[in-house]
Ligand binder design. Structure first.
Ligand code: PGA
Length: 244
């Protein structure tokens, strides 16, 4: 694993942008796996700037998002489909049918998991972006999810719902379930880039790097992947630096 420590979140975004730029220059028709949450927002700003400056282009790119809340449609401001429009898609040139995300309002959610998983099986993600949950989740793969899991329906933990509550009016508005790519889908990517920002991620980052590879901490599986880069700000790196 390649671990890079930055001074602040801006530097995290600039370094990650470089990795995306390199990927898109090397392979303009790349398949990207993207994430939502507060962590990637500054990177998405850089991707928008880069495409406006014609340093990169999304015209031939396919995007697969990690996950979506159950019960929120793409017009709901808390859905991840909406997030992606608001923070990236509205500002880049990408074919409509090149953006993929699970449909959290599908009538048959299990069938929707199969549909998304089949799409993922028919492609190979060249570069997968990940955040990291305080409890070690990647995507919405909560602790004790099988490392062999494919796209599935998940019940969100209280910890995850609490951490995401800042985006909702009340805790009761936060969906209880989501559809997420499974851990095997994530691990199948050729290259993985995980970002962590802030002191609240320090313990998770420590466990990811130093803890056992165990389903209790889903992110630990990344240690078995041949091409993972982790970019951290100073705060997220606090505990790994203490043990040096
Ligand atoms: P965050 O979420 O980017 O909002 O911190 C990351 C995650 O929970 O995977």
């Amino acid at each position: 694993m390649n671990i890079i420590q930055c001074n602040d979140s801006k530097e995290v975004a600039l370094l990650s942008y470089r990795i995306f730029k390199e990927q898109l220059i090397k392979k303009p028709n790349s398949t990207l796996g993207l994430a939502t949450g507060s962590t990637p927002i500054l990177l998405y700003n850089e991707l928008i700037k880069g495409s406006q400056l014609n340093e990169i282009s999304f015209k031939k790119v396919n995007i697969f998002n990690l996950d979506e809340y159950v019960g929120l449609n793409s017009e709901h401001k808390n859905s991840y489909a909406f997030f992606m429009k608001e923070y990236l898609l509205n500002f880049i040139e990408i074919e409509d049918n090149h953006f993929h995300i699970p449909n959290g309002t599908a009538c048959d959610l299990i069938e929707e998991c199969h549909r998304y998983n089949n799409l993922l099986s028919s492609t190979k993600i060249d570069l997968q972006l990940l955040g990291l949950g305080e409890n070690g989740h990647i995507g919405f793969n909560e602790p004790n999810t099988s490392f062999e899991s494919t796209t599935h329906l998940v019940e969100l933990t209280e910890n995850t719902r609490k951490n995401n509550s800042i985006y909702f009016k009340s805790i009761n508005d936060i969906p209880t379930h989501a559809i997420t790519m499974g851990i095997s889908n994530i691990i199948n990517a050729t290259k993985i880039l995980l970002l962590a920002i802030g002191e609240n991620k320090a313990e998770a980052v420590y466990n990811l790097i130093n803890g056992p590879i165990d389903v209790k901490f889903p992110g630990s599986i990344l240690r078995n992947h041949p091409d993972v880069t982790i970019i951290l700000d100073k705060e997220a790196a606090t505990l790994i630096n203490k043990v040096k």
